[in-house]
Each structure stands twice: as C-alpha cells, then as structure tokens.
Design a protein around this ligand. Structure first.
Ligand code: ADP
Ligand code: MG
Length: 237
C-alpha cells in the first residue's frame, strides 16, 4: 500500500535517512523499532512531506507522493499522530475535532464528528472540556478521533503510548488494534519494542538512519542477534 524506495532524506543539509526501503501492506500493522535518534520519526515525517527528500520515491496506492505537502498527503488518505503536541490544550475537544476536518466542509465535519465519537466514548463524554484538563490517555483518544475524522486508510502513530501509564497505554493500544481490525492500515513507532512487536504483523528495525531489518514481527522477536541487539538497548521493558 505504501512503498518507500531508495529514500535519502533529512533536515536541510543534515541527512538522517540513508537508502531506506520499506513496504507497508494493506490492512496490516507495521511496527518501526530502533534506538533513539535512529530516524524513526523522520521516516514517517518524510512520508507526510515534512522533511527534505534528496532522492528516492514514496508511493501510496501506486501514486507517487514523494515531496507532496502534508495537506495533500492527508487528503490522499494518510493520517499522522505526532509524538507530542497532537491536540491543542487551550481548545475544547470539540474544537479540536472541528480543526481536524479542515479538508472537509463544516457540515461534513460535523457529521463525521457525530459518527466518530460513537467509537470513542471518552471523547464524546468530554466534548466541551478543554484538552488541557484531560489525562494523557484521554488526549491520545482525542488525537485518534481527530485522525479518524477524515476517514483515513492509513494512520501513522509516533510513539502513542510513550508517556502513558500502563493502564492508559493498554487502552490506547487496544483502540489501535480495533481500528486495524476495521481495515485501517497502521504504522506504529514504539519504544516498548517487545509489546509492539507482539501485536504487529510486520516490523522495521532502524539503526543510524538505515533499515537493518524488515520482515515479520515474529521473526524479529525470535532473531537471535537482532533481538538481542534491540532488546539490549531497551533492557527491562
Ligand atoms: P527517532 O524518532 O528514531 O528517535 P528522529 O527521527 O527523531 O529519531 O531523529 C533522527 C535524527 O534527526 C537525530 O539525529 C535528530 O537529532 C535529527 N533531527 C530530528 N528532528 C530534527 C529537526 N527538526 N531538525 C534537524 N535535525 C533533526
Ligand atoms: Mg522519534
């Protein structure tokens, strides 16, 4: 569904990604793991048109989307949940949802909001509350509902549970699985590698801006060296 070929990209002249090749299959969950600073966030930001591409090609459903603006990538059917700052704290939940519909008419946005909140009880409950008053897990639910407003075919999550309590993290992960079961293709960057790999179909291991492994998540978990290298980095999680 999403194909990345020979991608070299970075920020200005600072190259972060080196000859990255990757494949995200329709309807599946791909987890991106790898140490801090290895380029995981940069990779999905590049898909969203937020970095500088030097060479290589990104295609989504066979269309070339390399270098398209974030707005246009979003319109093609990809939603992105950044690691931080994915809701406006000083706005209410409802106002955040209205903003998320920026590519739709006001009427369509309202219709989509009423449909979407049925699947997110917490979001429905706190519609008039300012996001700043919500817990981290609740804010993540709002961000997910925002991502769903435009009926995406694929959602890119950047460490959605990194700063959450175990309980909230479980709820968010459960929701992500639920969305996937309903046909949404998921890309999930996750530091808690083991857990993420257990729920994923496929995995991508990045080190120093390069792809060190791409294949089934199960194989990565079982891989004697890669598993050790990776779990060595995140020992205890
Ligand atoms: P990860 O998500 O795997 O922790 P990142 O993609 O965030 O890694 O970072 C990869 C590299 O890119 C790091 O060296 C980081 O310092 C650099 N980097 C990240 N964001 C920016 C930015 N906006 N401008 C310049 N360099 C950046
Ligand atoms: Mg990151």
């Amino acid at each position: 569904m999403l194909t990345i070929r020979g991608l070299n990209a970075g920020y200005g002249k600072f190259q972060v990604l080196f000859d990255v090749n990757a494949e995200v299959k329709k309807g599946k969950i791909l987890t991106i793991v790898g140490p801090n600073g290895s380029g995981k966030s940069t990779l999905i930001k590049t898909v969203m048109g937020m970095t500088k591409v030097y060479s290589g090609k990104i295609t989504f459903k066979n269309d070339d989307i390399t270098g398209l603006s974030t707005h246009l990538v979003t319109k093609r059917g990809i939603s992105y949940l950044p690691q931080t700052g994915n809701v406006f704290s000083n706005l209410t939940v409802e106002e955040n949802l209205m903003l998320a519909g920026y590519t739709l008419s006001k009427e369509d946005t309202k219709k989509r909001i009423s449909e979407t909140i049925e699947e997110f009880p917490i979001v429905k409950k706190y519609l008039r509350k300012k996001c700043g008053f919500l817990s981290g897990g609740e804010r993540q639910m709002v961000a997910m509902a925002m991502a769903m407003i435009r009926k995406p075919e694929m959602i890119l999550f950047d460490e959605p549970v990194a700063s959450l309590s175990p309980k909230a993290a479980n709820e968010v992960m459960k929701k992500i699985l639920e969305l996937n079961k309903r046909g949404i293709t998921v890309v999930l960057i996750e530091q808690a590698a083991k857990k993420a790999l257990q729920i994923a179909d496929d995995a991508l291991l990045m080190t120093s801006g390069k792809v060190t492994y791409q294949g089934s998540a199960k194989n990565l978990l079982a891989h004697p060296e890669l598993g050790k290298v990776y779990l060595g980095i995140k020992s205890g999680s």
